[in-house]
Design a binder for this molecule. Sequence first.
Ligand SMILES: [Fe+2]
Length: 295
Amino acid sequence: MIDVATLPVNKQFTRRLIKPDTWIINCYDPNLAAPHPHLLVGGERALLIDPTWTKLPLRRYIEECVTDKPLLVANTHSHLDHTNANWMFNDLPIYMSEIAWQELQARRQLSDEEGRWQGHPKGDYTARILKPGDKLDLGGGRVVEILPYEGSHSAGSLLYLDRAQRVLFTGDEIECGQMLVSGRPGSTNTVEKLLRNLTALEEGWGDAFDFICPAHNGSPVHASFLDHLIENCRRILSGIQGDLDVGSMTYLYNPLEDRPAGSVRRAIEDPTTRRSEWQGSSIVYNTQRIFDSQL
Ligand SMILES: [Fe+2]
């Protein structure tokens, strides 16, 4: 077996153009569900959305093979699979929400194992905070706008709207493999809240994007996927139960997922979680957190 880390940098990554000057980067990873960084190249600057958790030299690849524009970095949320490789960009502006920054700082206090740093340095940077309405100007008329969105997957999530190319970058808030809204014990994520968020997104900004770019299982996806997710939420709220088996080939049944021993069996057998599939969308939710009134 060839050690990919020993290959020239252009062999460790591939990239796919999804809109003019808009790339999805594939970092070599046998895990089918691994997240993908997205790179938006403007007239003066380029924006990297989610460095992910790759251990390969992502920065070198971008700077040597993709663009010589100065880089900005932004995270959709704090989860380790989106942020563990942030350290590679320590000296550059790294943007995220206030909540995501607090979560990351808390994780820095944990041991490497507890914080699941996976051998990555914890990063020696101070995040720049973004809030809804803020804009990142990449030059040449390309401006990326932060949309108001109450995270249903992670409280610290931000959605990035590229009005010029009509693309919305959603991290894990809109996801093709499965929307994970079951959350941890004590979570306030409900299906009702997800529906409220998705409906507000569609009503407020639905005419501003043609494609959605989730991080993990399929990017880009057509904007009409949002309608399928909204219908899926309405079905759950109407009492239609999802499948007791919440696993899929990219979640729990994926043998390459980094999960603590025993957690997969517990998650699959958990009687309170369900998976609702509808028109190619999937929502993994908790039956005790369908309605806000259950909280
Ligand atoms: Fe996540």
